[in-house]
Design a protein around this ligand. Structure first.
Ligand code: NDP
Ligand code: GDP
Length: 344
C-alpha cells in the first residue's frame, strides 16, 4: 500500500487530493497546523474524514524538526506540499510570515527528504502568480517569472528550491505551476467564492449588495478537482519536472460576476468605470455590485492565461469543466449552504 503525506489537509486542494488518493488505495497522512479550533469541514463535506486509511497529524510548515519527525515516522512514498499562506491579499500585510510558511516551509520538507530518504517523491504547489507582470501570452513552463506580491515571491523561492534539490541531489522533486482553480470548497477570501456566496445570499434575500475590488483583472479559472488529478499524474511518470495546469481561457472578474448572477437568472448591466463602476439588475434597476477601492492591491496581476500543452502531452491531462459549469456548481452549493445555515 503506497503512503502519501499531504500538507494542508484543511485546504481546498488537499481535500480533493485526499479523496483521489484514498480511492486509489493509498494510505494518506494529512497534516494540519494546531489552532484553537481546527476546522475539517472540507474533508467532512467530501466524507473522507472517517476513512480508515486517512490519518490526521499536526505539523507546522515552518518547523523543520517536525518535518524530520513526520517523514522518519511515516516513511512516505510521496509528499504533496499543498500547505501555504495562500492568499495574495494577506501576503501584503503579512509578508514575512508568508515568506516563512510559503517559501521556507517548502525548503524544510526538501531538506528533510534529502537527508532521510532522497527516493521520496515531492510535489510543490507552485502558482501562476509567479508569472505576475505579463511577459508572454499564454504563459507556459518557459515564461519568465515577475511576481507582483510577497506570496508570488515566496512561491518563486519554493519553486526554485524544488528545482535546485532536483538538480543538486537527484530528488524526484516536481513543481506544478497551477493557474487559479476553484470549487465549492474554495475559501471565501478568494474572489470566485466571495462572489458565489454573495449571489446565493442576494438570491435568498440575506444580502443587498456585493463590494469588490479590481473588476478588470483576468484569470484562467479551472476546476480544482481536475487539477489535483494533474498533481497525482505528475508524480506517477518516470522523471520529475515542471508542469503548467490551466484551461487556456481567460475571463475578467466582471465576467465571473455576470456568470454567477446568470445562475440565479439575473442579467447584469454595467455602468461607470473603475472605482465608480456598478452592476445593476437589468430587470429591476437595483444596484447589486459596487467597486470598493479597499479591495485593490498594492500591485496587481492583470492577466493570466496558461498553456498546458506539456501536461496534455506528457500526463494526458486535460481540463473538462467549463467556467459556466463551475460557476453554476458553486452558486448551487452556496445556495444550499445558506439555506442550511452553514457558515462555511
Ligand atoms: P487553501 O488556502 O485552501 O489551503 C492552504 C492550506 O495551508 C490550509 O490547510 C492551511 O491551514 C495550510 N497552512 C497555512 N499555513 C500553514 C502553516 N504554517 N503550517 C501548516 N499548514 C499551513 O489553498 P488551496 O487548497 O487553494 O491551494 C493549495 C496550494 O496550492 C497552496 O499552496 C496554494 O498556494 C497553491 N495554489 C493554489 C491555487 C488555487 O487557485 N487554489 C493556484 C496555484 C497554487 P489552515 O486551514 O489552518 O489555514
Ligand atoms: P489570486 O489570483 O490568487 O489573487 O486570487 P483571488 O481570487 O484572491 O483574486 C483574483 C483577482 O480578483 C485579483 O486580481 C483580485 O485583485 C481581484 N479581485 C477583485 N475584487 C476582489 C475581492 O473582493 N477579493 C479578492 N480576493 N479578489 C478580488
Amino acid at each position: 500500500m503506497k503512503k502519501a503525506i499531504i500538507t494542508g489537509i484543511t485546504g481546498q486542494d488537499a481535500a480533493y487530493l485526499a479523496e483521489l488518493l484514498l480511492d486509489k488505495g493509498y494510505k494518506v497522512y494529512g497534516t494540519y497546523r494546531r489552532t484553537s479550533s481546527t476546522n475539517f469541514w472540507r474533508i467532512e463535506e467530501l466524507a473522507v474524514d472517517q476513512h480508515p486509511n486517512l490519518t490526521l497529524l499536526e505539523y507546522d510548515l515552518i518547523d523543520l524538526s517536525s518535518a524530520y519527525r513526520i517523514i522518519s515516522e511515516i516513511e512516505p512514498d510521496e509528499i504533496y506540499n499543498l500547505a501555504a499562506q495562500s492568499f495574495v491579499g494577506v501576503s501584503f500585510t503579512q509578508p514575512i510570515a508568508t515568506a516563512q510558511i510559503t517559501g521556507i516551509g517548502a525548503m524544510n520538507l526538501l531538506e528533510a527528504i534529502r537527508s532521510i530518504n532522497p527516493k521520496i517523491k515531492f510535489y510543490q504547489a507552485s502558482t501562476s502568480e509567479m508569472f505576475g507582470k505579463v511577459h508572454a501570452i499564454p504563459q507556459n513552463e518557459d515564461t519568465p517569472f515577475h511576481p507582483r506580491s510577497p506570496y508570488g515571491v515566496a512561491k518563486v523561492f519554493a519553486h526554485w528550491a524544488t528545482l535546485n534539490y532536483q538538480e543538486s541531489y537527484g530528488l524526484f522533486a516536481t513543481s506544478g505551476i497551477l493557474f487559479n482553480h476553484e470549487s465549492p470548497l474554495r475559501g471565501k477570501e478568494f474572489v470566485t467564492r466571495k462572489i458565489t456566496d454573495a449571489v446565493a445570499k442576494i438570491h435568498l434575500g440575506k444580502q443587498d449588495l456585493l463590494e469588490l475590488g479590481n473588476m478588470d483583472a483576468k484569470r484562467d479559472w479551472g476546476y480544482a478537482k481536475e487539477y489535483v488529478d494533474g498533481m497525482y499524474r505528475m508524480l506517477q511518470i518516470d522523471e520529475p519536472g515542471t508542469f503548467v495546469l490551466a484551461t487556456n481561457q481567460t475571463q475578467t472578474v466582471r465576467d465571473f460576476v455576470s456568470l454567477a448572477f446568470n445562475a440565479i437568472d439575473v442579467n447584469l448591466e454595467w455602468k461607470g468605470k473603475e472605482e465608480n463602476e456598478i452592476g445593476i439588475d437589468a430587470n429591476t434597476g437595483k444596484t447589486l455590485i459596487k467597486v470598493n477601492p479597499k479591495f485593490y492591491r498594492p500591485a496587481e496581476v492583470d492577466l493570466l492565461i496558461g498553456d498546458a500543452s506539456k501536461a496534455n502531452d506528457k500526463l494526458e491531462w486535460k481540463p473538462k469543466t467549463t467556467l459556466k459549469e463551475l460557476c453554476d456548481m458553486m452558486v448551487k452549493k452556496d445556495i444550499e449552504r445558506n439555506e442550511n445555515g452553514s457558515t462555511f
